[in-house]
Design a protein around this ligand. Structure first.
Ligand SMILES: Cc1cc2nc3c(=O)[nH]c(=O)nc-3n(C[C@H](O)[C@H](O)[C@H](O)COP(=O)(O)OP(=O)(O)OC[C@H]3O[C@@H](n4cnc5c(N)ncnc54)[C@H](O)[C@@H]3O)c2cc1C
Length: 561
């Protein structure tokens, strides 16, 4: 592999002894060093490499991807998307169009049947891409709720298209300014009114039927919104996206792989097994960084995708930041819940025992274990309290829409997942101690909804707890899939704090652009897009990309005075 960097091989003087590697010299120089090759690090590095900057992307793991991982966690020839399986922003993410993904073999499967909820009596509700089909499904339970849904979802869809989706890709404004600007339109006013209520209030005020309420409450909160907290401005996005998820054909890692190729093609360097242990700061300005093995890299700019505690306290050092920022990092709250996942490999596809809608078997996600909104509330309350009093969650057969994940024809891989606390009953060690028992209970529930399927049909199974997530990706501290909680005080202009949410930080040349920066986690590419714009502008680089129309429309409508 060639890169346009010139470097000297001087051997390692400290750390791990002499390491000679053709692309891993012990002294490097670049314009931009990006820390972490998850979706945000990859997108940032790809935009900036194509802008003509010398970019080095450093990844602690042996393979790029971070949340875009597709791995053989079960046994040979059976792959699973261990982290991001449900891609929520495919229609909007500017990077996908800017890098011509569609013409380069990237396909996202966008199933019509999106999210099912299956009940004990073998009946179901199905959220569909087509509003009319969702309407018909709700109609089977309640005519009044179906009518409510028809009007409600139109409003939520407009909030998504006109405010939340474009807002994901522009820097945040202070809350008061944003409120004033958002009030300019009627849909903006309705959006602000909605924020005065909690997800629980919004769902129970809109719908009457307990099953319909259970469905919308679960999907609104599954990615980390507190059902009882007001100000949850992502509520319309979460509900809308429950009907618009997509799966990356060939595995989520394919997206990482393509971005990686772009970085290298444009002269960038990607270094794996390269844990960054220090960001060097001289006189308030970034000068480079240091790897675990003593390798030093000089950089004019550093972009970190790690959580604020790691970036500012561990890597930059408290002496280089203001006491206020240090306090913010130390009191940073990691996600109120993480995820627990059971992966299974089977010799036959899963077939659900449902009497009212065969399309459940085509649904990308199926939720089970909840009969009404009280069950869902009890579940989230117990998870918040570090308990697992109730078993429920969502399941997906990953090979239904992506047979490339198995190399043995006819085999399937599926997963069952649920929001889970890091400290179970007060101690993270309990996940290991209770592993068999929890796997057993989850399978009891899952199998109770499957037709002609027993434990004997499972070739192999493997579960991952929040502790495993943290081990694999340490910036997902306490298994924090979004590197930080979605509580109101850590959102918008305050993510990670008011001095850094634009991705620029008080340290000249240091940018933050991971899930803990505005707009937040999941594979949205939001922090990366905002940081790429900021870094390219600050370094006078060739900004070769243009914002798509839905973003310029938002800027013209809301942000211009
Ligand atoms: C089990 C699970 C399921 C999920 N499901 C979904 C889903 O379905 N849809 C969705 O959109 N999102 C999902 N997510 C969340 C999503 O994966 C993350 O929010 C997203 O990946 C964040 O992207 P990022 O680039 O900011 O950080 P990450 O993806 O966390 O990447 C950070 C990278 O930095 C590396 N790193 C850490 N420390 C260092 C260091 N010191 N030096 C160098 N490199 C370092 C890490 O190894 C990692 O590769 C899931 C997450 C988990 C854990």
């Amino acid at each position: 592999m060639k890169s346009r960097f010139e470097y000297k091989n001087e051997g390692m003087e400290k750390g791990y002894g002499t390491i000679v590697h053709p692309v891993m010299p012990n002294k490097l120089e670049c314009d931009v060093a990006v820390i972490g090759a998850g979706p945000n690090g990859l997108i940032t590095a790809a935009y900036l490499a194509r802008a003509g900057l010398k970019v080095i992307l450093l990844e602690r793991r042996g393979e790029i991807g971070g949340g875009l991982a597709t791995e053989e966690v079960l046994y040979p020839c059976h792959y699973a998307n261990t982290h991001a399986l449900y891609h929520l922003m495919v229609e909007y993410m500017p990077a996908l169009k800017d890098f011509n993904f569609a013409e380069r073999g990237m396909v996202w499967v966008y199933p019509n049947a999106q999210t099912g909820m299956i009940f004990k009596d073998k009946r179901s509700i199905l959220l569909h891409r087509m509003q009319d089909c969702t309407f018909d499904s709700i109609l089977r339970w309640s005519e009044e709720d179906a009518m409510k849904f028809a009007g409600w979802i139109r409003v939520l869809n407009r909030m998504m298209d006109e405010i939340l989706a474009p807002g994901t890709y522009v820097p945040p404004l202070p809350s008061l300014d944003l409120v004033v600007k958002t009030q300019k339109t009627k849909i903006g006013q309705e959006f602000l009114e909605m924020m005065e209520k909690s997800p629980y209030e919004l769902v129970t005020e809109t719908f009457k039927h307990p099953k319909v309420r259970a469905m919308f409450l679960y999907v609104a909160c599954m990615w980390g919104l507190d059902p009882t907290e007001t100000g949850a401005f992502l509520f319309p996005l979460m509900v809308n996206r429950a009907m618009h998820k997509q799966q990356c054909y060939g595995g989520s890692h394919k997206m990482a792989s393509l971005l990686g190729k772009d970085i290298v093609t444009n002269g960038g360097l990607i270094v794996e097994n390269a844990e960054v242990v220090k960001i060097n700061v001289d006189n308030g300005k970034v000068s480079g960084l240091e790897l675990f093995d003593g390798t030093e890299i000089k950089a004019k700019t550093v972009a970190s995708t790690l959580d604020p505690q790691t970036t500012f306290i561990k890597l930059v050092g408290e002496n280089n930041i203001t006491p206020m920022l240090a306090e913010r990092c130390k009191t940073w709250k990691f996600d109120k819940w993480s995820l627990w996942t059971l992966h299974i490999a089977t010799e036959k596809p899963l077939e659900y025992d449902v009497i009212d809608d065969v399309r459940i078997n085509e649904s990308l996600m199926n939720i089970m274990g909840f009969e009404n909104e009280d069950d869902v509330m009890r579940f989230y309350t117990s998870v918040r309290a570090g308990k697992l009093d109730h078993i429920g969650g969502h399941a997906t057969c990953e090979t239904l829409y992506d047979p490339t994940l198995v190399d043995i024809p006819g085999h399937h891989v599926s997963k069952f997942q649920f929001p889970a606390p890091y400290d179970l009953d007060g101690h993270k060690e309990n996940w290991e101690k209770r592993k068999k028992e929890i796997e057993h209970k989850v399978l009891d529930l899952w199998l109770s909804h499957l037709k002609g399927f027993t434990r004997k049909d499972i070739i192999i199974q493997s579960s991952e707890s929040p502790v495993d997530i943290e081990r694999r990706i340490p910036c997902m501290v306490r298994g924090a899939i979004k590197h930080g909680d979605y509580m109101t005080l850590q959102m918008g202009y305050n993510r990670p704090d008011e001095t850094c949410s634009s991705t620029r930080t008080p340290i000249a040349g240091l940018y933050v652009c991971g899930a803990s920066t505005y707009p937040g986690g999941m594979v949205t590419g939001g922090p990366a897009y905002i940081a790429s714009n900021a870094i390219a502008e600050d370094m006078g680089a060739n900004k070769w990309w243009k914002p798509p129309q839905f973003i310029t429309h938002y800027i013209d409508t809301y942000l211009k005075d």
